[in-house]
Design a protein around this ligand. Structure first.
Ligand code: NAD
Ligand code: DAU
Length: 340
């Protein structure tokens, strides 16, 4: 029996987080013969509630472990994954400004440990999930895959380090690495420190929405399922050693995004609270995704519908976010927003 006919084994790291959990659910639904190993440290952002519905699926196993721990990683590689998708990372820019340590450790060193194990064991495909933030702030036009990398905060600098380290394993050792750089994701199960779930859940509770600076920073919004579809396509059709941008083609200022959230929920604009800006706040991100589109992918075309579906999800799943907001998040929020 060939590997293909018995299905593949995917090692998904950071699968208990926002995008990783959406990816696991997406994959299990579409690839019945495949098996998924989810390696996650369960930091404050990792949440097994995100995977409740698949936890008893016999094609899915959860392993609690740190990607920066060589022994733990080698142990998982003994299960001979065919494909690795590395989502595991420290991901929140504001936290990276306060405390960069974990970002360097997980995003750079952790990626190195995963790459090194992949090189020794051999894998068919290693997807390194990078980010559009590695291009830095883009005043005009769009970043292409060959644009310079000019990260400007500890999070994006650590991701840029991992991005290039992954590439070096292709250039030097011919490891079949593919690097993705996606724009701002939104959808269900996103930790409510990020702007959309934070503003939606605050608005649902009639709490202030802390808008940074003048509110005119621009982000390009990508629905998480569109992101999962792109990664799926790249596992089969991506060219090793290549980088692929994944943009949503939905650029919005934060102010406009906030208005849309409040309007949909029927809440007053008086809930907006202008607060001190993020240090080194990147003004704008924008991607040219033509290279990925040439492989047959395109983002969903109805942003409004995707945004409303997302807002509805938080409206209908208070059990999910109320638990988070009354736990670790509470102290973080006080510390982060108390000083603004
Ligand atoms: P998230 O913060 O929701 O989840 C990160 C997950 O990684 C958590 O489950 C956490 O427990 C796990 N993790 C952290 N450190 C770990 C370690 N040392 N070992 C094992 N697991 C660890 O993040 P997300 O928003 O889902 O982002 C996933 C990936 O996508 C990240 O690599 C991020 O840089 C990238 N990305 C995110 C976005 C976005 O808008 N959210 C956009 C582009 C790229
Ligand atoms: O662009 C991709 C990146 O998107 C990912 O690589 C990161 O992991 C992810 O966190 C995200 O980074 P951002 O910094 O763009 O996302 P965040 O949700 O933190 O902020 C989005 C915008 O909203 C940004 O311009 C800052 C602003 N903002 C954010 C928060 C949390 C506010 O105005 N108020 C807030 O309270």
């Amino acid at each position: 029996m060939t590997k293909k006919s018995r299905g593949r084994i995917l090692l998904v790291t950071g699968g208990a987080g926002f995008i990783g959990s959406n990816f696991i659910r997406y994959w299990l639904a579409r690839h019945p013969a495949d098996e998924i190993l989810n390696l996650d440290k369960l930091t404050y952002a990792g949440n097994l509630d995100n995977l409740k519905d698949v936890s008893s699926d016999r094609r899915y196993s959860f392993i609690r472990g740190d990607i920066a721990d060589r022994e733990a990683v080698e142990e998982v590689y003994r299960r001979k994954p065919d494909v690795v998708v590395n989502f595991a990372a420290e991901t929140h820019v504001d936290r990276s400004i306060g405390n960069p340590d974990d970002f360097i450790r997980t995003d750079v060193w952790g990626t190195y440990v995963l790459l090194e194990a992949a090189r020794t064991q051999g894998v068919e495909c290693f997807i390194q999930i990078s980010t559009d933030e590695v291009y830095g702030s883009v005043e005009e036009g769009c970043s292409r895959e060959d644009s310079p990398l000019l990260p400007r905060n500890p999070y994006s600098a650590s991701k840029a380090g991992a991005d290039r380290l992954a590439y070096s394993y292709h250039a030097t050792y011919r490891l079949p690495v593919i690097i993705t750089r996606a724009s701002n994701n939104f959808g269900p199960n996103q930790y409510p420190e990020k702007v959309i779930p934070l503003f939606v859940t605050n608005a649902l509770d009639d709490q202030p929405l802390p808008l940074y600076g003048d509110g005119l920073n621009v982000r390009d919004w990508l629905y998480v399922e569109d992101h999962c579809r792109a990664v799926e396509l790249l596992i089969d059709k991506g060219v090793p050693g290549e980088v692929y941008n994944i943009g949503g083609d939905n650029p919005l200022t934060n102010r406009e995004l906030t208005f849309r959230i409040l309007d949909y929920l029927g809440k007053p604009r008086e809930l907006i609270r202008h607060v001190r800006d993020r240090e080194g706040h990147d003004r704008r991100y924008a991607l040219d995704s033509g290279k990925l589109e040439a492989l047959g992918w395109s983002p969903g075309r109805d942003f409004e519908k995707q945004l409303h579906r997302t807002i509805d999800w938080y409206h209908d799943n208070r059990w999910w976010w109320e638990k988070i907001k009354s736990g670790e998040f509470k102290a973080y929020y006080r510390e982060q927003y108390g000083k603004r």
